[in-house]
Write a protein that binds this ligand. Structure first.
Ligand code: FMN
Length: 205
């Protein structure tokens, strides 16, 4: 069982985060959720999800498709005393999905101004898996340079860019393609999208 920190920031496409949380939960891995303040606003804007201040996990457990709610916990974004803030308690992987250009910039430059940025910093220093799923368009020079810097540091940059070669018929198939590519980078088996079959009869060999 993997221990994964899943973070949702205030980029459009928080549905990617929701589907990732659901799928990792279905696969039976432990998750600690981190949601930035902007992430909470976009969850409310795009998914009509309002995070209750007194019981933050309740709304997620009530509305998302979680087969093992016991495997999910949540830390406050400003609680830098949380266990996961320490390199001695680093999770196996940190996934920021979706990732804003702001969080991406702060992680690229080691700001660690909240628990999420600190956990990403820890992942980099402890050589743990760090996957960022940026969502922005178009990209300016700062965005591109920050992504390149993170890639050079060992992070995986997996942009929210669905493919069309498998003829998606719904928005959920487009979302699941991106989530599936993130799971590929965690080496977790799934059937969220159909892999490219090639165009020749013998391409499977
Ligand atoms: C509805 C909405 C959509 C947004 N979409 C994006 C986006 O796709 N990418 C991005 O980088 N910022 C986006 N933003 C702006 C970020 O939320 C904003 O920069 C915020 O300060 C990021 O904070 P965070 O990185 O702590 O989550 C969006 C904001 C709103 C309200």
């Amino acid at each position: 069982m993997l221990k994964i920190v899943t973070a949702i920031t205030g980029a459009s496409g928080v549905i990617y985060g929701k589907r990732f949380v659901e799928e990792v939960n279905r696969l039976g891995h432990k998750q600690t959720l981190l949601i930035t303040e902007a992430g909470e606003k976009v969850l409310s804007q795009e998914l009509d999800l309002s995070i209750k201040k007194d019981n933050p996990l309740a709304s997620i457990q009530a509305e998302w498709d979680l087969s093992r709610p016991d495997l999910i916990s949540r830390e406050k974004i400003d609680d830098i005393t949380a266990k996961i803030a320490s390199g001695s308690r680093a999770p196996d992987a940190v996934v920021v999905i979706p990732c804003t250009m702001g969080t991406l910039a702060r992680v690229a430059h080691g700001f660690s101004s909240n628990l999420l940025e600190r956990v990403c910093d820890v992942a980099l220093k402890e050589n743990k898996k760090l996957i960022l799923v940026p969502r922005e368009t178009p990209l300016n020079q700062i965005h591109l340079e920050n992504m390149l810097a993170l890639k050079k540091m060992g992070a995986d940059v997996v942009p929210a860019m669905p493919a069309f070669y498998n003829h998606p018929r719904s928005i959920s198939e487009l979302i699941d393609f991106v989530v599936g590519r993130v799971l590929d980078h965690l080496q977790l088996e799934h059937s969220l999208y159909q892999r490219w079959k090639g165009v020749h009869d013998n391409d499977d060999k």
